[in-house]
Write a protein that binds this ligand. Structure first.
Ligand code: ZN
Length: 276
């Protein structure tokens, strides 16, 4: 609320200053209304203050907020985009969600059962190979324990855990089918699937250097309320060197960095998949 207040104050001051020098309600062809929206003011508040230009319509927000952007100078190029709480663009292509170009698979966002890269993507595997070589030079041995997993494989894995340990516990460490990063071909479990892996030389090296090769430790300690999963020192996700470095340096989880949730929309997997 404090941030919104500051934004609001900034908009008002800007509008006041500008209105003294111009009565047209626009500056360089951009209306006050547009500026207010760009500054983060909700459309109804902007409507109270300024006249909404023609051709601007607000779609009902479904998830995230709706942002207006110009891709060119003309009115036709004005686009509505779905964005996260941090302002990153959400795109859905063939049932797959990308946030700022990063494919997202978590408890909120799924990939279709037909999504099947057939293995780790070439880019991800090349990055892994470079990381393994660099680690070896430091006397660190890393290997892939579990890489790509198909929807089908995840189905038997998940329901196996549910049968043995119950759904509530299974949901803390195993993704429901369609929700697993392993199905994207962009994630891997390295070396040992053990809580102590993070304290080993290998686990520490990966946590420290993974981003240099485009990987982030996806489920850090103490962040299970945000990521939806318990601490997994072995699970690394490829997002490219530039983004991985930004996320690493921010000290945030991918969810926090991008401003997205990781929560199942359907509480029970029995309901989600129509099982009894
Ligand atoms: Zn994993």
């Amino acid at each position: 609320m404090r941030k919104a207040g500051k934004v609001f104050a900034a908009v008002m001051i800007t509008a006041l200053v500008l209105s003294l020098s111009s009565c047209a309600g626009t500056v360089a062809g951009i209306s006050f209304w547009e500026m207010a929206i760009a500054a983060g003011l909700p459309a109804d508040k902007a409507d109270d203050l300024f006249e909404r230009p023609q051709n601007y319509e607000i779609a009902e927000p479904e998830e995230g907020e709706i942002r207006f952007t110009h891709t060119g100078d003309d009115e036709e190029s004005l686009q509505k985009q779905k964005v996260t709480s941090k302002g990153y663009v959400i795109e859905e292509i063939d049932g797959v969600t990308y946030v700022s170009g990063i494919l997202i698979a978590n408890k909120t966002y799924t990939v279709p059962d037909s999504y099947d890269p057939g293995g780790l993507t070439e880019e991800c595997y090349a990055a892994y190979s470079a990381m393994r070589s660099a680690a070896a030079k430091d006397g660190i041995s890393i290997f892939i324990n579990s890489g790509f997993r198909s929807y089908r494989t995840q189905t038997s894995l998940y329901w196996g855990y549910v049968a043995r340990r119950g759904m509530e516990l299974a949901d803390t460490f195993s993704a429901r089918p369609g929700h697993s990063e392993h199905q994207t071909g962009l994630a891997m479990d390295l070396n040992s699937i053990s809580d102590y892996f993070g304290e080993t030389a290998e686990g520490r090296w990966l946590a420290e250097h993974g981003h240099e090769y485009g990987f982030i430790l996806r489920y850090p300690r103490g962040k299970s309320d945000i990521t939806g999963y318990k601490y997994e020192p072995w699970h690394f996700r490829y997002i490219g060197v530039e983004m991985a470095t930004e996320v690493y340096e921010s000290g945030l989880t991918l969810e926090e960095f991008l401003g997205i949730d990781s929560v199942y929309a359907v509480a029970s997997a029995y309901d989600e998949y129509g099982r009894n």
